[in-house]
Design a protein around this ligand. Structure first.
Ligand code: SF4
Ligand code: SF4
Length: 297
């Protein structure tokens, strides 16, 4: 089974688990602060915000933070691709946007094909630095918590907004209870994901924090078999670069702390040259080396 399929199953299972826990009151909180009785998993950004807001360190939150740091050390930024509900919601809004664009006669890019936008993206890869605009948002998030004494960003965090939207929808449809939140939460979410379309790449402070914690991560990184890779044999192939949502080139170490282990590069490589440790064997349907690299699968 392709990693993409497994990833969608995991994403769906986590989402359903939390939504069922929320509306049945079995569990508490959302992905940002999910718990059951004495066990709680708190967003690492929320932990840091609470430390700064309260001007104190809470032992339980500190333990959570240490566990998160250890998990990120091993698995890197997997949260962004395998757990965070923003990714599928963004995929959905992008799909709608492309459909709408098509209806207006605009061409929607096919991510498997090379184009000027992909070429521009490739040219930016070399320039990608460890710190970017997300880290400025991260700094502002932490500063605002210290100044105002409460985690300000949590009010507009899209992860929380997604679950808040589901809760108000449930209250409306299931309990017949209507409030202004029914308009407010989805409106904020739409603004963040449609207006700030590059939310994950440019603005998300959670991703920024995870990218810093992922710097020492060396596990589960995609590896390219140069003997199979078309580019290494002089064929102009950039499929892996073009499909990477993080704008990475798995041939290089630079910026790989941003890798979310989504597996898209592995699934789309036309010759199965990419492997990710502990994932399934390379794409068995990969065409031979003589195939057109611009049209995988
Ligand atoms: S998609 Fe595969 S063959 Fe093409 S450049 Fe990447 S690793 Fe090489
Ligand atoms: S390098 Fe591959 S696995 Fe990592 S984020 Fe990019 S497409 Fe996903």
């Amino acid at each position: 089974m392709k990693l993409q399929r497994i990833r969608w199953i995991v994403l769906g299972a986590v989402f359903v688990l939390i939504v069922v826990g929320l509306i049945s009151s079995i569990s508490m909180g959302t992905l940002s602060s999910f718990g059951w009785e004495e066990i709680a998993a708190i967003c690492p950004l929320g932990v840091l915000e609470s430390f700064l807001a309260g001007k104190t360190v809470f032992l339980r939150a500190l333990i959570v933070l240490v566990v998160v740091v250890a998990l990120v050390f091993i698995f890197g930024k997997v949260f962004c691709a395998w757990v965070c509900p923003v990714a599928p919601v963004r995929s959905f809004t992008e799909m709608m946007r492309k459909r709408f664009g098509k209806a207006q006669g605009k061409s929607a890019p096919n991510c498997s094909e090379d184009c000027s936008s992909c070429a521009a993206k490739r040219s930016q890869i070399a320039k990608r630095s460890t710190l970017d605009s997300r880290h400025i948002v991260l700094g502002g998030t932490l500063l605002s918590a210290a100044v105002f004494g409460f985690p300000v960003f949590c009010l507009i965090c899209p992860i929380g907004l997604i679950f808040a939207t589901i809760v108000v929808l449930w209250q409306w449809l299931g309990l017949n209870s209507i409030s202004w939140s029914l308009l407010l939460y989805p409106a904020l979410l739409v603004i963040e994901l449609l207006v700030l379309r590059k939310w994950c790449l440019r603005f998300c402070p959670v991703g920024a924090l995870l990218s810093l914690l992922s710097l020492p991560n060396r596990f589960f990184r995609p590896k390219v078999d140069n003997a199979k890779c078309l580019r290494e044999q002089g064929i102009d192939c950039n499929v892996c670069v073009n499909v990477c949502p993080e704008g990475l080139d798995p041939h290089f170490k630079e910026g790989m702390n941003e890798c979310t282990k989504c597996g898209l590069c592995k699934d789309k490589c036309p010759v199965g040259a990419i492997t990710i440790p502990f994932s399934a064997t390379p794409n068995p349907s990969a065409p031979t080396i003589a195939s057109d690299p611009g049209k995988p699968e």
